[in-house]
Design a protein around this ligand. Structure first.
Ligand code: AGP
Length: 626
């Protein structure tokens, strides 16, 4: 996620902005910038691609940029490659409005078209430049000042934002607007601070205001005023921060992994919204009907014509991303009736590949830098096959080299063990599968609408599972000293087991295996001893009884039986020892929910064993070597 900072007071702003941004580096970024005003002078903007140190060097630690009012930004690219041109701050052409933004403007395309119709031009590929110019547009059109311009923009914009903006005609003032993205405001000793997160201001003050959703603020020297969407002034309580800087970086969670597990609802929502559009329909009586949701892959160049020509899909990935491919195989084959083959990157790159020019190779990678997956991508391209990357890091090698890129909007993932990266990759595959099914004539309009509607319920259902995490913590403590743990399932449930087993192995170091439940009798069941933990995943109705009987078979050999299933399957409690329920959803999407308890189980077992959850031994976040 991006990081924003702001300062207005009687010290030079630039060094304070750079210091604040350095405390937000953990949020991940690819470029940075600042804008500082000296009195009524125009703001001076300085930007740099790459590390914050480059920006600091460009400004001699901030000394060359004079002024006591300014904003700063570290950018995690979502729209537009990492570059100096796309780096924030962004401004209107006459510098009337300049600002920084953390969040995603979902309807930036339509707003950009509106602004172009009103004479605006654009120098960057970012949604932020559109937002800033929307503020400028309303400021000039209605001439009612900054708060009114921001309020009108907030009403028009769809998405999330923490905006910090300066207006030419209001020197020594910073205006803020917030919806969903984090922002805090601190005032002390006649100076005012704004930031995405607490670490950036802790050096100066522990007393902060939390600006609420759809609220605005006006910062002057040592003072902050707050306004609601009507422009009416509102009072806010001053809150004392009790966290230290390290805890603050993790949002108060003990580990980045737990923070990222809890970021999954928003990451899934942002990823869904990035590909769903809404077209207004006119009713028979001529009235406008609220927008009908539809998937728009044309925005990544995957047109209906390309989809019609696909004969087979090859999904190539490593680790958890490979497990996404395993789940996606079931989903896409069932929804679109297109044959899907899933390969490990390290295997694909050395096979004598049977690829057809009408195939589509999909490379899934959170980092976009995994050597085996990148090599596989290059192999596919050498064979003249169309490639689609599903990647989280904008501008990464795999993203740059693939023919098409579907960016997951998970934000930076710090923990080595992926959670939100995995979940958003799954959602990207669902969207691809639904659209392929529609274009291939396998999914009628009403079913497509149902599936898209069900997709939109997933964030809330994920949150519901997270609300029950203490029960999983209790269960994990019982098995923290387990020697072996088996995850069993059939079909899509088997793919979920693969991810659950990897989470357990990679952070708790407990040996674990994921098994197709029907395979146990072909050898592995000999490993089952008294007290061995066997976890069944049972989300697929048609396979429920079969998996249950396999689970019970292991129980008759002494295994302790746990399972993850959907609410309503209460019969499991008659023959197993511990059940974790997840909300019902369309069975194609079950992995998105059933994996959450398994993420938490691995996490809590690792915690109970006192291990370094975020940095497990022998592992790297991105395996950029063979
Ligand atoms: C998963 O928790 C691991 N961190 C690992 O398996 C990872 O998924 C794999 O290395 C692939 O990484 P990528 O998604 O960045 O390509």
């Amino acid at each position: 996620m991006c990081g924003i900072v702001g300062f207005v007071g009687h010290h030079q702003a630039a060094p304070i902005l750079l210091d604040g941004l350095s405390k937000l580096e953990y949020r991940g970024y690819d470029s940075a910038g600042l804008a500082v005003r000296d009195g009524e002078a125009d703001p001076v903007l300085v930007k740099a691609k790459g590390r914050l140190q480059i920006l600091s060097d460009k400004t001699d630690g901030g000394k060359t940029v004079v002024g006591s009012c300014g904003v700063g930004h570290t950018r995690w690219a979502t729209h537009g490659e990492p570059s100096e041109n796309n780096a924030h701050p962004h401004c209107s052409d006459d510098h009337n409005v300049v600002g920084v933004h953390n969040g995603i403007i979902e309807n930036y395309q339509e707003l950009k078209e509106k602004l172009v119709r009103n004479g605006y031009s654009f120098y960057s590929d970012t949604d932020t430049e559109v937002a800033i110019k929307m503020v400028d547009y309303y400021y000039k059109k209605y001439k009612m000042g900054p708060i009114d311009a921001l309020a009108k923009t907030m009403v028009r914009v769809r998405g999330s934002y923490a905006l910090a903006v300066m207006f030419k005609e209001y020197p020594g003032e910073i205006y803020a607007a917030r919806k969903d993205s984090p922002m805090i405001i601190g005032v002390t000793n006649g100076e005012s601070y704004l930031a995405s997160d607490v670490p950036a201001v802790l050096k100066y003050t522990r007393d902060v205001y939390y600006i609420g959703n759809l609220e605005m603020a006006r910062l002057t020297e040592g003072k902050a005023e707050f306004y609601d969407l009507n422009g009416d002034q509102i009072e806010k309580p001053l809150v004392e921060i009790k966290w230290d800087a390290e805890a603050a970086e993790k949002g108060g969670y003990e580990h980045f992994m737990m923070k990222e597990i809890h970021e999954q609802p928003k990451a899934v929502l942002d990823t869904i919204n990035s590909m769903i559009r809404y077209k207004d329909e006119v009713g028979e009586d001529g009235t406008k009907i609220s927008g009908k949701a539809f998937i728009d892959l044309a925005s990544i160049g995957i047109t209906d014509e390309i989809i019609r020509g696909i004969h087979q899909i090859h999904i190539v990935a490593c680790g958890s991303a490979y497990h996404v491919g395993m789940a996606a195989q079931y989903v896409i084959e069932d929804l679109a009736r297109i044959p899907v083959r899933v390969e490990l990157g390290s295997e694909f790159r050395y096979r004598s590949l049977l690829l057809d020019p009408n195939d589509l190779v999909v490379v899934i990678s959170q980092s976009g830098e995994t050597a085996d997956s990148l090599a596989a991508l290059r192999e596919a391209k050498d064979k003249g096959v169309r490639t689609l990357a599903i990647v989280n890091v904008v501008g990464s090698s795999i993203a740059r080299e693939a023919d098409h890129v579907f960016y997951t909007l998970a934000g930076p993932e710090i923990a080595v063990a992926t959670t939100k990266g995995y979940l958003t990759q799954l959602v990207a595959c669902y969207i691809l599968g639904i659209q392929c099914g529609i274009v291939k004539g396998q999914i009628p309009d009403d079913k497509a609408a149902e599936l898209i509607q069900e997709l939109n319920t997933l964030p809330g259902k994920i949150s519901k599972i997270l609300d029950d995490k203490e029960r999983i913590q209790w269960f994990a403590a019982k098995f923290a000293s387990a020697r072996d743990i088996f995850f069993i399932g059939r079909g899509l449930d088997y793919a979920i087991c693969m991810e659950g087993s990897l989470k357990m192995k990679e952070i708790s170091y407990v040996h674990s295996e994921a098994y197709a439940a029907g395979e146990l009798k072909h050898g592995t069941i000999s490993l089952i001893e008294e007290g061995t933990l066997v976890i069944g995943v049972l989300t697929q109705k048609a396979l429920f009884e079969k998996t249950m009987s396999n689970l019970v078979e292991t129980g008759s050999r002494g295994a302790y039986l746990a399972n993850v299933t959907t609410y309503g399957n209460y019969s499991v409690e008659d023959s197993t020892d511990f059940t974790i329920y997840v909300p019902k959803t369309d069975e194609h999407f079950a992995a998105t929910l059933a994996v959450i308890p398994l993420q938490l189980l691995g996490y809590y077992v690792a915690c109970a064993r006192g291990l370094d959850v975020d940095k497990p031994r022998n592992l790297a976040k991105s395996v950029t070597v063979e």
